[in-house]
Write a protein that binds this ligand. Structure first.
Ligand code: PLP
Length: 366
């Protein structure tokens, strides 16, 4: 197993006293927002061709020095992950399915011609950062410590080939509520742009996909919508996903449908977890393709009753209104549906340690 090579890497810790006063930290944690505040430490691990992974350090969070010719700055050899540490109801700390993030990280690495990181090292890096920065985990419903592992090509070389030097980094950011439960459903715009083409990088979590989604997302905002939904590149007909969240459709007979993983859709861990939870509820869940025309027709006839988006950052977000070049349609009553709420509550209860973890998804941190 390639992913075991390099395991047993020793982490060198450079502990560092916070540069932030306790009062300032408390103020941040009372209202963390998303992605603007960061903890005191970071993990870095180096990879060099011929040597593999080395120099694993947990040290003060600080700027990184890069040669201006570093490959990541020119050809976007970059991948990332997103996962959360939760303060559980019993005050313990837990990660949700970090092994799944580690596995997906290596899938992304393969697609971007980058070295794989042993899954155990990925998980250990994340755990060690959470341990040292545990004072930065906010309390309260919906709050968490958002973890951002990523890898960049650092070799100074302008030729076009996979780099021979990389840096893996983990940073952490306290996160508050994305959307409150019972908050109004979001409105989405059907983009004319495409996110991913067959054979492209749609299934990899790489920064380049996000760079290409910024114009479509800005267009949606300019038109008064919250998010953008992408259709398939070949026929511009089949629903794929939002810029950073997967989609679920709920029908009046209780069936759930989510677009199948065709290679152009990001395999979300939230999507996968909800597949399991829905089946456990006795619901019929289908992974198949679903067209925009059918979505509109089913919303009109009442056959389709709910639609929601899901992902680590916002968990589960109801979709109320869809607008495209051919006009707009409303889903259900335009608010949050019952099954959407129920599935979200089930997932959140497991993440917070309020419901039994039957699937081994919770990894406690001591
Ligand atoms: C990360 C991501 C998701 C959601 O994945 P989770 O593992 O559930 O957080 C969905 N779509 C895209 C494009 C993503 O980058």
């Amino acid at each position: 197993m390639a992913s075991l090579a390099g395991a047993g890497l020793q982490f060198h810790t450079i502990a560092h006293h916070t540069s932030v006063s306790e009062d300032a930290r408390a103020a941040v944690l009372a209202n963390p927002g998303f992605g603007t505040h960061f903890t005191d430490h970071m993990v870095t691990i180096e990879w060099t061709d011929g040597r593999g992974w080395h120099d694993a350090v947990i040290g003060p969070r600080q700027p990184i020095a890069l040669d201006p010719a570093a490959a990541v700055l020119h050809y976007a050899q970059e991948i990332f992950e997103g996962l959360k540490a939760y303060k559980q109801t019993d005050a313990s700390i837990a990660l949700f399915r970090p092994e799944a993030n580690a596995a997906r990280f290596n899938q992304s690495a393969q697609r971007l011609a980058m070295p794989e990181l042993p899954e155990a090292v990925f998980v250990e890096a994340v755990e060690k950062l959470v341990q040292i920065d545990r004072a930065w985990i906010p309390d309260g419903e919906g709050a968490s410590l958002y973890l951002r592992p990523f890898m960049i090509a650092t070799e100074a070389f302008l030729g076009v080939r996979p780099a021979k030097q990389y840096k893996f980094i983990v940073i952490a950011s306290p996160a508050g509520y994305y959307f409150k439960s019972g908050a109004p459903a979001v409105s989405i715009w059907v983009s004319d742009y495409t996110r991913a083409a067959p054979g492209g990088t749609g299934a990899a979590k790489c920064g380049g996909n996000y760079a290409a989604s910024l114009v479509p997302q800005a267009e949606a905002i300019a038109r008064g919508h919250d998010q953008v939904v992408f259709l398939d590149a070949a026929e511009h007909k089949w629903i794929e996903e939002l810029g950073g969240m997967n989609l679920y459709f709920v029908f009046d007979d209780g069936t759930l449908l989510t677009p199948s993983l065709t290679g152009t859709i990001l395999p979300g861990i939230t999507r996968d977890s909800l597949l399991t939870l829905a089946r456990e509820e006795g619901l019929k869940v289908e992974e198949s393709r679903y067209s925009l025309d059918q979505w509109r027709a089913d919303a009109g006839s009442g056959k389709l009753v709910e639609t929601f988006a899901c992902g680590t950052a916002a968990v589960v977000t109801p979709i109320g209104k869809v607008t495209g070049r051919d006009g707009e349609f409303t889903i259900g009553s335009g608010g949050s549906g019952q099954l959407t709420q129920k599935l979200k509550a089930k997932l959140v209860a497991i993440q917070r340690g309020d419901a039994q973890d039957k699937h081994g998804w919770i990894r406690k941190i001591s």
